[in-house]
Design a protein around this ligand. Structure first.
Ligand SMILES: CC(C)(COP(=O)(O)OP(=O)(O)OC[C@H]1O[C@@H](n2cnc3c(N)ncnc32)[C@H](O)[C@@H]1OP(=O)(O)O)[C@@H](O)C(=O)NCCC(=O)NCCS
Length: 327
């Protein structure tokens, strides 16, 4: 039997904690509104000089240490992020250099939003299957530097963070039993950052007239679609694995909104006590949310050796992905 799975994982969160009350200094909002609509109480904000590579590096080193490996053991790097170090080249290039790995292939999975990490995990699994490599997968976002701090519809939702996992084929891995993923581009405009691409390139005119950091989104539509797609893909990965929902010990859902998480649990019909939540502490950290939650679950004592863990994520695109891992 193949032992392809997660050999080690880890996370990094910037030290600055920002409360909901602090947001009311920037926009017309309140702790009551944010808490009741999202469940978020605090989020982490990167330091002024802290970049995507800095955070990715810390999470990668934690995951490598957890796996008992060093950068020298890495054969491939995948970075899932919507907030890259620079526009081009990709963050994986900077991370490769920073970690000092051999000149192994590295690439970003950009634009896959909050589903990025689980999608990257699935790709890593295939790469390991193909050539027996050891793949470093990172989910990292520094959303605070690329969002509009004056747009209350979006700014209060996000936080910065990074998480990473080492995927390899070893007897000691937490086996990845199955992954499923999907994309529905017909809904791309419901959650998008339009300016900066070829449709609306950066220009002096755009800088004057457009709010170029703006994230366009229809919160209610995203909410409904997130619940629908995360529940459906969670069911699909269970079916594909021949595993009953009752056998799952822990669900790690994407941490965007407590109400979305509760609705997914209700739709699936799973005991809410089995569903890990830390959106209250970190907000929505995009592609970093799943590995941060995994690391947090272990630290909090919610993840035990032998646990069957179901991860499910949803993000811009729309993209969604679910994975089943036997720890
Ligand atoms: C954004 C979200 C929290 C809003 O919750 P909601 O229950 O749909 O919000 P409501 O419709 O009840 O409230 C919207 C109202 O609150 C206002 N509002 C928006 N942000 C606010 C804020 N930070 N503080 C106070 N009021 C706010 C809006 O202007 C609107 O006012 P109006 O009714 O006068 O027009 C919710 O839709 C959501 O979580 N969506 C998905 C999040 C997402 O996209 N995540 C990223 C991808 S996973």
């Amino acid at each position: 039997m193949s032992g392809i799975g997660i050999l080690g994982f880890g996370a990094y969160l910037p030290s600055r904690v920002m409360t909901n009350d602090e947001w009311s200094e920037y926009v017309d909002t309140s702790d009551e509104w944010i808490t009741s609509r999202t469940g978020i109480k605090t989020r982490r904000i990167a330091a002024a000089d802290e970049t995507t590579t800095d955070m990715a590096e810390q999470a990668a080193l934690a995951a490598l240490a957890d796996a008992g490996l060093t950068a020298a053991d890495v054969d491939e790097i995948i970075v899932a992020t919507d907030t890259p170090e620079v526009y081009a080249p990709d963050t994986a290039s900077f991370l490769q250099h920073r970690l000092g790995t051999r000149t192994v292939p590295g690439y970003d999975l950009g634009g896959s939003g909050c589903a990025g990490f689980v999608m990257a995990l699935d790709i890593a699994r295939s790469r390991v299957q193909c050539n027996g490599s050891t793949v470093l997968v990172v989910g990292v976002e520094v959303l605070s530097k690329l969002m509009d701090w004056g747009d209350r519809d979006t700014c209060v939702l996000f936080g910065d963070g990074a998480g990473a996992a080492v995927v390899a084929d070893r007897p000691t891995t937490a086996k990845i039993i199955a992954c499923v993923a999907g994309t529905d581009g017909s809904r791309a405009d419901i959650l998008q950052r339009e300016v900066g691409g070829t449709r609306k390139p950066f220009s002096k005119e755009v800088a004057k007239t457009e709010d170029f950091l703006r994230i366009d989104f229809n919160g209610r539509e995203v909410f409904k679609e997130a619940v629908r797609r995360m529940s459906a893909s969670a069911r699909e990965v269970l079916e594909r694995s021949g595993v009953a929902l009752e056998e799952v010990d822990l669900v790690i859902p994407h941490q965007a909104n407590l109400r979305i998480i509760r609705s997914v649990a209700k739709t699936l019909g799973i005991d809410p006590a089995k569903v890990f939540v830390n959106v209250d502490k970190y907000g929505n950290t995009g592609s970093a949310s799943i590995p941060i939650a995994l690391d947090d679950a272990r630290t909090c004592g919610s993840l035990h050796s032998g646990d069957l863990v179901l991860m499910t994520a949803f993000g811009a695109g729309f993209h969604w992905a679910s994975g089943l891992v036997q720890f």
